[in-house]
Ligand binder design. Structure first.
Ligand SMILES: Cc1cc2nc3c(=O)[nH]c(=O)nc-3n(C[C@H](O)[C@H](O)[C@H](O)COP(=O)(O)O)c2cc1C
Length: 404
C-alpha cells in the first residue's frame, strides 16, 4: 500500500523516523512530507535514506528543486495515488489547519486533495492540547471520520506532566495497519444503534435511571461505521463523545427514545438495541419540584413503551439485535426475550460481575440466535465484542437466507 507520512514541527518529529521504519517493514511504500517547521527538528535526509525516496519539503518548484508541471502539481498526484495519510506528530497548528481547511503548505494542501483514510497522532504541550480551540478542532476531525491515535499521558519534553505525548511509533503503525486492513463487510448497510440509559423524571429536578454507561452501544456504533455502514446512534444521557462519522440523536426518556427509533425504522437495515431503557416511568410528571415533608412518599409508576417488542413486530426483513441485562438465568432469559420480542439475535449480558457489564470497558456476553445457537463470548474489550456480534449477525443472515 502507498502511505503518505506527514511530519509536523514538534519535538516528537524524531520519533517519525521509527514510524517510517515500522511502516516500511510490512512492505508499504512510504512518501514523507515534512512541513517547514518539521525541518527545524529533523533533517529530510534521514527520511530520504530510510524510505529511499525524495522527501517533499515544500509547495513550489523553487522550494522543491523541481521545475516541471508534474512537480508543480505534485500535491494532487500524491493525493490521488496514495492509500492512507498518517500525520505524526500532528501539531496543534496542523490540526487547526486541517479542521478549518487551510492550504498554505504542501501537507495541508495535500490533506484537502486526499479522499482516503486519515490517521493523526497529535503531540503537543498539555495546555495546548487542553485548549478549547484544539479540542474543538479535534472534535471536527473526529466527526470527519479521521482516526486519532493518542496523545498519551506522561512527562513531556517541556517538563509538564499530562496528556500531550505522541503515541509510540509501534502503536501508530498498528493503527495504520488496522485501518488499511479494516473489513468493509457492512458497506451499504444502514445501522441504527441505541445506547445508554434513559432518565425518567419524577419532577423537574429528579429522575429514575440506571447504571448503563453507553459504552457497549457506542462501541457497536463505532464498529459498524468502521466496517463501512452508515450509522445513526440514538443515545440516552451518557458522558461519551460522539463516535467518528456517526450521526448521534440525543434523547432523555424512553418515550423520546421510542420516537427517535421509529423515525429511523424505515431507513435502517440492521437495528441494534443496546440501550438500557427504563421499564417504568411517571406518566404525569408534576410541573414543580416535590417538597420534602416528614410523611412517607409513594409514587405510582407506569410501564414505559416496549420499544424492542414494537420494533420486533414492525421490522419486516430487517435484522434486529436485542440486549438482555440479567443477574441470573442468563441463557433462559435471553431465549425468552428473543422469542417474545421478535429478535434475530439476543445478547445476554451478566451485569452482576466485577469488571464486566455496566460502566466497564470489558464485557462478557452470550449470544442466543433465532436458529437456536448459543455462543458464549469470553471477556474482551467492548469494541472487540462489538465486532464479534456483527460477525455472528452476518453469519446468521446467511443461514436465515439459506433457509428461505
Ligand atoms: C522547541 C519547540 C518545540 C515545539 N513542539 C511542539 C509540539 O510538540 N507540538 C506542537 O503542536 N507545536 C510545537 N511547537 C510549535 C510548532 O513548531 C509551531 O506551532 C509550528 O508553527 C508548527 O508548524 P507545522 O504545524 O506546520 O509543522 C514547538 C516549537 C518549538 C520551538
Amino acid at each position: 500500500m502507498k502511505i503518505v507520512l506527514g511530519i509536523g514541527g514538534g519535538i516528537a518529529a524524531y520519533k517519525a523516523a521509527e514510524l517510517a521504519r515500522a511502516l516500511l517493514e510490512p512492505g508499504h511504500e512510504v512518501q514523507v512530507i515534512m512541513t517547514q517547521a518539521a525541518q527545524e527538528f529533523v533533517r529530510p535526509l534521514t527520511f530520504a535514506a530510510l524510505t529511499g525516496r525524495k522527501v517533499i519539503t515544500g509547495m513550489f518548484p523553487a522550494q522543491t528543486g523541481g521545475d516541471t508541471l508534474a512537480s508543480a502539481v505534485e500535491h494532487i498526484a500524491v493525493a490521488t495515488s496514495s492509500d492512507l495519510l498518517v500525520v505524526a506528530p500532528a501539531t496543534a497548528d496542523l490540526m487547526a489547519k486541517f479542521a478549518h481547511g487551510l492550504a498554505d503548505d504542501f501537507l495541508s494542501t495535500l490533506y484537502l486533495a486526499f479522499t482516503g483514510p486519515v490517521v493523526l497522532a497529535p503531540a503537543m504541550n498539555t495546555n495546548m492540547w487542553r485548549h478549547a480551540a484544539t479540542q474543538r478542532n479535534l472534535e471536527t476531525l473526529q466527526q470527519r471520520g479521521h482516526h486519532i491515535v493518542g496523545p498519551e499521558e506522561g512527562e513531556l519534553a517541556c517538563g509538564m506532566v499530562g496528556p500531550g505525548r505522541m503515541s509510540e511509533p509501534e502503536k501508530i503503525a498498528a493503527a495504520v495497519c488496522a485501518v488499511l486492513s479494516a473489513r468493509r463487510d457492512l458497506e451499504g448497510e444502514t445501522v441504527l444503534v441505541t445506547a445508554g440509559p434513559t432518565q425518567e423524571p419524577l419532577d423537574p429536578v429528579r429522575f429514575i435511571s440506571n447504571r448503563s454507561s453507553g459504552k457497549m452501544g457506542y462501541a457497536l456504533a463505532e464498529a459498524a461505521r468502521a466496517r463501512g455502514a452508515e450509522v445513526v446512534l440514538v443515545s440516552g444521557p451518557v458522558a461519551l463523545g460522539p463516535p467518528a462519522g456517526v450521526k448521534v440523536v440525543r434523547v432523555r426518556t424512553a418515550v423520546e427514545m421510542r420516537e427517535a427509533v421509529l423515525a429511523h425504522l424505515e431507513w435502517a437495515s440492521i437495528i441494534v438495541k443496546a440501550a438500557a431503557v427504563a421499564d417504568y416511568h411517571l406518566a404525569r410528571v408534576p410541573e414543580h419540584k416535590m417538597k420534602k415533608t416528614a410523611a412517607r412518599l409513594s409514587v405510582e409508576l407506569d410501564p414505559t413503551p416496549d420499544i424492542l417488542a414494537e420494533v420486533g413486530r414492525r421490522k419486516g426483513g430487517r435484522l434486529l439485535v436485542g440486549f438482555a441485562a440479567e443477574t441470573q438465568d442468563l441463557v433462559a432469559e435471553a431465549r425468552r426475550k428473543l422469542v417474545s420480542k421478535g429478535c434475530d439475535l439476543l445478547v445476554g449480558n451478566r451485569v452482576d460481575r466485577e469488571g464486566v457489564g455496566f460502566e466497564s470497558d470489558d464485557n462478557e456476553v452470550t449470544l442466543v440466535s433465532c436458529t437456536g445457537e448459543v455462543t458464549p463470548l469470553p471477556r474482551a474489550p467492548k469494541r472487540e465484542l462489538a465486532d464479534r456480534i456483527y460477525d455472528e449477525l452476518l453469519k446468521l443472515r446467511l443461514t436465515i437466507h439459506a433457509a428461505r
